[in-house]
Each structure stands twice: as C-alpha cells, then as structure tokens.
Design a protein around this ligand. Structure first.
Ligand code: FPP
Length: 246
C-alpha cells in the first residue's frame, strides 16, 4: 500500500493523458524465452490487460484503447488465430461482471462483421450492457486496421453524399473524424508500444497525427504499473506543440 501511494505521487494528476492507446506486443517472445508455446504468452497477455485496466482506473485515465487483433493478424498460423479468437471470447465472458461492477464502458473498434458469430454476439452484448458506464472507456480494437478504418469511413461518407445529406465540397477533416470507429472520442495523447519495435503497424493512423509515442523493450505480459508510470512521467515532460511555435 505504501509502495502504491508513493508510485502514484510520481505523476502529475493534472497532466494525465486523457486517452491512452497501447500496441501490446511481445506475447510470443515472452513465451519463447520461457520455452512455452505462444498460447501461454497470449494467456499471460490477458492478465496484463486486466492489470492495465485497473491501473488506468486507479490513476484516473478516462480512455484506454488496446490493439488486440489486426486485420493483418489473419495471416498468422490458423491454430494461433483460432486460439486468439477463443481466448477473446473466454476473457470477455469472464470479465463481463467486472466491467459492470467497475463502471467500465466497452467499445469495439474494427471490422466486427467479419469475426465469428459467437464472438460478435458476446461483443454486442457487452457493448450494450456497459453503454451507460462512465469511469473508464475501454476501446478494444479487434480485426482492426487503420487503413481499413479510413476505407470504411470513406464508404460511409459516400453513402451520405448519395443520400444528399452532405455535398462533396463540404467534406472536411471533421467529416472523416466523425466517420471513424472512434467517432466522438478525442485522439490519443499517448501511444505506448511494448517489446521494442519502432512501428505503428497500421494502428489508429488517422488519430495519432499528434500523439506522443513511447516505446519500451518490456514484453506485454510483463508490462506493469511501474512501466505505465514511467511512460506517463516521460509524456508529462514532453512539450506538445501541435505544429505551433512555442
Ligand atoms: C502480441 O504479441 C499479441 C497480440 C496483440 C494478440 C493478442 C493479445 C492478447 C492475448 C492480449 C489480450 C487481449 C484481450 C482483448 C483480452 P505477439 O504475438 O505479436 O508477440 P511476438 O511479436 O513476440 O510474437
């Protein structure tokens, strides 16, 4: 308890990221280093997700977005893909009550319609029963790709043009923003990537135009509160200019 209080004091509660996004990477390497199957790394990754959710709540970070499965992840071996989809279903089912109890609202970002029906059913139910919660908004990106998101936005804007609700010349950056999966949410202030890779991997490519980026060599299953605080402390030292001269 003493340790917890002293850790939290290391960050300025008035300069918290209002939207934190995370590229969770390194589950496979975590498992390999231990001579375990990749599935063991993913299972441990779920525990790290639970940990980061409770840390965001205790630090008062209001929006968290996590990259669980990309539109490119279908290229992984079939057994790994099936394992991951089953794991999401199981984890969501297990955590349902906790989401309600802890006042967490769950949104899913991605091409949901291409996922297995049983998972879609679970996701729709969770999104619905948590829709009025307001302590933490947790966006789970599943079958998500930043380029696919922009394509989907363009298609939906074109439909509104055909319906004569908007004219071609009137399309602005805000029109695109409002047609992304994240419509209504502010852009991430801080993006964390674990496992050392300096890549965006097609994650929120529209929304991260001015997001601060922080990379750690720590594998996702090992990511803990100390790492999160380290990222936030670094973020709090950054001068955010948004293209201005300061
Ligand atoms: C990252 O490691 C793995 C993923 C992003 C896929 C699955 C994520 C989890 C199991 C976390 C739990 C998520 C939810 C929504 C409950 P990798 O396989 O890319 O690792 P590697 O690069 O070391 O091989």
């Amino acid at each position: 308890m003493i340790k917890k209080v002293s850790q939290d004091k290391l960050i300025d509660s008035k300069k918290l990221p209002q939207h934190l996004a995370i590229i969770m990477d390194g589950n496979g390497r975590w498992a390999k280093e231990r001579g375990l199957p990749r599935s063991a790394g993913h299972m441990e990754g779920v525990k790290a997700v639970k940990r980061v959710i409770s840390n965001c709540i205790s630090l008062n970070i209001p929006i968290l977005t996590i990259f669980a499965f990309s539109t490119e992840n279908w290229k992984r071996p079939k057994n790994e893909v099936l394992y991951l989809l089953k794991l999401f279903n199981k984890a969501l089912n297990k955590e349902k009550e906790n989401f309600i109890k802890n006042n967490i609202r769950i949104n899913f970002l991605g091409r949901i319609k291409d996922l297995p029906n049983s998972l879609i059913k679970q996701m729709n139910e969770i999104a619905k029963i948590t829709s009025n919660n307001n302590k933490l908004i947790l966006n789970i990106a599943i079958n998500y790709g930043g380029r696919a998101e922009i394509v989907d936005a363009i298609n939906s804007i074109i439909s509104t043009v055909y319906e004569k609700k908007i004219k071609i010349g009137d399309i602005t950056e805000n029109t695109i923003r409002d047609n992304l999966y994240t419509h209504g949410l502010p852009d991430p202030d801080l993006l964390i990537r674990t496992a050392g890779e300096m890549r965006i991997s097609n994650f929120m490519i529209w929304q991260i135009a001015y997001t601060e980026f922080w990379v750690t060599p720590v594998y996702w299953p090992d990511f803990d509160k100390i790492n999160l605080i380290e990222a936030i402390r670094d973020f709090q030292k950054r001068v955010r200019k948004f293209g201005r001269k300061v």
